[in-house]
Structure formats: C-alpha cells, structure tokens
Design a protein around this ligand. Structure first.
Ligand SMILES: Cc1cc2nc3c(=O)[nH]c(=O)nc-3n(C[C@H](O)[C@H](O)[C@H](O)COP(=O)(O)OP(=O)(O)OC[C@H]3O[C@@H](n4cnc5c(N)ncnc54)[C@H](O)[C@@H]3O)c2cc1C
Length: 422
C-alpha cells in the first residue's frame, strides 16, 4: 500500500516537498491549494505596480504536476483537520491521509486594528496585488480629474505601513514610476502634491538586514522623495486619515499594509501546538507538537530546535525550501526505518531592491550594494521561478522595462459578468 501524503499549500514549501518525493513510488501525494496556481510572493509588488503581469510569476498547478504520476491536485480551501480520523475537510470534500503536511503560509496581521483591516490594502496574494493595481490606477484617474487641491492631495498621498523589504521595494518602485510615467501621462495632475510615506514602528528600515543595507535604503528612498517616518506605529485609519502613534495624521485614500504577518488558522490543531504569531510549533523534524503524523513547513511553522535560531527561523523562502527538502528526506527515511535528520538552516543571506539599478545584498560573510547588488537580486529572483518559460519571459520583460521605464500594462481590468442593469 502506498502511503498517502496530503500537502496543504503549494507555495515554496509544498512544491519543493513534492519535487523531493515524486520519484518515490512508495508515496501517493495529493496537493491541496485554494488557488489553482503556484505563485512567487517576492515579486508581487511588481504586479501591484503594473510593472509585470501576474502570469510572469504564477504557474498552474495542474500543468506543473501533469508530469508526475504519483501526484494529484485538489483545489480547495482547508476547513478543518481531524487528527483522530487522519482526515482533513476542505470546502470541496474530505481527504484521508497517512501523513499530513501543513504549508499554508501566513496572512496579513493587522494587530487587532479593525479599521485598518477593513480599509487598508494588503499585498500578500496575487488577488490582492491585482486589486491594489486597479485601486491605484483608479485613484490616479480621480486625482487627475479633481480640481480641489485638498482632495487632490489626499488622492495623491500613498501611505505604506511597513519598512521591511516589501515596503521598501514598493516605495522605491512607486516613487520611480511617478517620475517616469505620471509626469508624462497625467499632465493634468499637480505632481508637486504627490507624496509617498513609508512608516515603520522600528527605528530603521529593513530591520533584519545589515546597517549598510538599512542606510542605503534610507538614503536612496529619501533622494527619490519618499517621506520616511520611523519609530512610529500606525494606530488607526479613520475617515481616510492614517492616525500615527504620536497623534499626527496623514490624509490618504491609499494605505498599503505590508506590516507583519500571522500564521494561517488551522482549525482542529490542538491549541497547545500554537506558538508566537499563531505559528505551529514543530520539533527538529518539522512534526507538529502533540501530533503523530502531522508536519508543518515554511512560514506557518515555528521551530526552535536549531541552535543558531533559538527563537525560530525568519519567514523566508529559503527556510521553506530547505524545510521541504529535509522533510522529503525524512519521510523516505521513516519508510526505510533509518534515523531522521534534524533540520539545520543554512542561511544564504537576504536582499532587497531599492530602485532601478540599486539593491542591497547581505551575504553571511559580507554585504554589498548598488548595481552589482541589483544584478544579483534580479538573477536570484529569476532562478526559483517554476518553469524555464517563466524565467525567459520575466528576464525579457525586465530587460525591456528597465530600458524603457514604461510598462504598458496599466489597464484597469474589472472582471465581472455582464448584467442587464448596467
Ligand atoms: C510581498 C512578499 C514579498 C516577499 N519577499 C521575499 C523575499 O524577497 N525573499 C524571501 O526569502 N522571502 C520573501 N517573502 C517571504 C516568502 O514569500 C515566504 O517566506 C514563503 O513564500 C513561504 O513559503 P510557504 O510555502 O511557507 O508559504 P507560501 O509561499 O505563502 O504558500 C502558501 C500556500 O498555501 C496556500 N493556502 C493558503 N491558505 C490556504 C487554505 N486555507 N487552504 C488551502 N491552501 C491555502 C496558498 O494559496 C499558497 O499557495 C515575501 C513574502 C511576501 C508576501
């Protein structure tokens, strides 16, 4: 009898686990995902800013899995895990498993601020990025039409909460697009009114990175005109006013939320198995504490057994990939009745793009910035794309876009069924 492995979540962790098990016919795998495509979150901000198409960074699961004979796809959202009966419920059915692997990632954390949750614009999924793209383009049109200076200012203000890599990358790209595109294509707009604010509660941008990277990001964004506010948390968002911890307010129609994540909810998992940030506590082999055959990988897991990372690993793609590879080996070792390998993270560094031709890279032993860092960033972000075709297409698009500074996909697309009333 083949062992049935159900993997929930086809992100970095889920897909890499499949890759490490596909050639082993002792296993039958079912991938469950609420979407029908795998996507690449690090480049989502380029979709949100109309720089690249969503299809450049996403790939259909069924196409990806069609070459693997022992893998099936079940499109559905996880509703509940039933550890006693070794089954999960999705919104489209019930699946039995021998091993369950939870790789659902995280969702935006609004830290209990209901108004922010309701009215800000998060940017963690393709759907959210496309929504944000439409929203910003519509707001630009409104700003171009508006004759009232105060209203126009509010429409042109963009507030980004969160000064991590996503916030920095987004601020840099929006600022540059303002220079290259808005000035040319929106002549009726008073661009002197437009302001991009980047806000973080911590004293620096890119807080987990080196001092060199933090300063480079700060200085470059300042030179692009971004207003950086540090040491100040966003506290509320009322009547289109962002309220800051020091009592100051910023009027804006656009509050983009890139400030923190929380593990996705997994009903049915014992409360005791949850750690900080609603992450699932796992042992050195990624087994969820208090369970016998349930594993968690990547962003949703919290593993404090690695001596170099006693508080858990950073929520990065490399951790998810390495988790998956290690679990792949261990599942085979369980079948072979061999001793399991504890997980140890091999930190390959981190990086962020700040603007065109400018990035910062922290490697374990040294850091660098500027054009070479930018080329490194581009190269590293093309490699993990799922198909050769996607890599070539993205490389080609980037080449064209960075030369012309003018992507032509600024289309406001609002898919809906034709209705007789409209
Ligand atoms: C905007 C952004 C930029 C980032 N930039 C970087 C970067 O530059 N470098 C870096 O290393 N990391 C970056 N990260 C973090 C990196 O993307 C994550 O660490 C990585 O994606 C984690 O992989 P994962 O497999 O655990 O989860 P994910 O990649 O998030 O995959 C989770 C999967 O679960 C599916 N899913 C979610 N809920 C359900 C459900 N209820 N039922 C079924 N399926 C579900 C999702 O559709 C998705 O396919 C970034 C993240 C974001 C959001």
């Amino acid at each position: 009898m083949k062992k049935h492995i159900v993997i929930v979540g086809g992100g970095f962790a889920g897909i890499n686990l499949i890759k490490s098990l596909v050639n082993d016919n002792r296993f039958r795998i079912t991938l469950v995902d609420k979407n029908n495509y795998h996507f690449f979150p690090p480049l989502i901000y380029q979709v949100a800013t109309s720089f690249i198409e969503a299809s450049n960074i996403s790939y259909p699961f069924r196409k990806l899995l069609s070459n693997y004979r022992n893998v099936n796809f079940h499109m559905g959202s996880l509703v509940k895990v039933n550890p006693d009966s070794n089954s999960i419920e999705t919104d489209h059915g019930i699946l039995q498993y021998d091993y369950l692997v939870l790789a659902l990632g995280t969702e935006s954390n609004f830290f209990g601020m209901e108004n922010v949750k309701q009215c800000s614009l998060p940017m963690k999924t393709i759907d959210e990025a496309l929504y944000l793209r439409n929203y910003m383009l519509l707001t630009l049109e409104e700003a171009a039409r508006n004759k009232d200076i105060k209203e126009a200012q509010k429409l042109q203000n963009i507030v980004i909460a969160g000064g991590g890599p996503t916030g920095v990358e987004l601020a840099g790209m929006i600022a540059e697009m303002g220079t290259y595109i808005a000035e040319k294509e929106y002549p009726e707009m008073k661009l002197s009114l437009s302001s991009i604010y980047l806000i973080d509660a911590l004293p620096t941008l890119l807080s987990p990175m080196s001092k060199m990277a933090q300063e480079a990001a700060y200085n470059k964004l300042k030179s692009l005109g971004v207003k950086i506010i540090l040491n100040t948390a966003v506290k509320d968002y009322v009547d289109k006013k962002v309220i800051l911890a020091d009592g100051k307010t910023i009027e804006t129609e656009t509050l983009i939320w890139t400030s923190g994540v929380i593990g996705r909810e997994v009903p049915g998992i014992p409360e005791e198995s949850l750690g900080k940030g609603r992450r699932l506590l796992v042992d050195a082999y990624n087994k969820v504490q208090g369970t016998k055959n349930i594993y968690a990988l990547g962003d949703i897991s919290l593993q404090m057994t690695d001596e170099n990372f006693p508080k858990g690993h950073p929520q990065l793609a490399q951790v998810a990939i390495q988790h998956a590879k290690n679990l792949g080996k261990n599942l085979k070792r369980i079948e072979d009745e061999k001793v399991l390998i504890p997980f140890k993270y091999n930190d390959k560094g981190s990086m962020a793009i700040i603007s065109k031709f400018n990035a910062v890279v922290d490697l374990p032993k040294f850091s660098f910035k500027g054009f070479l860092a930018w080329l490194t960033w581009l190269f590293i972000h093309i490699i993990p794309l799922i198909s050769f075709r996607s890599k070539v297409r993205l490389a080609f698009n980037w080449l064209r876009l960075f030369i012309t500074n003018n992507p032509s996909i600024r289309l406001i697309l609002r898919p809906k069924k034709e209705s007789n009333n409209e």
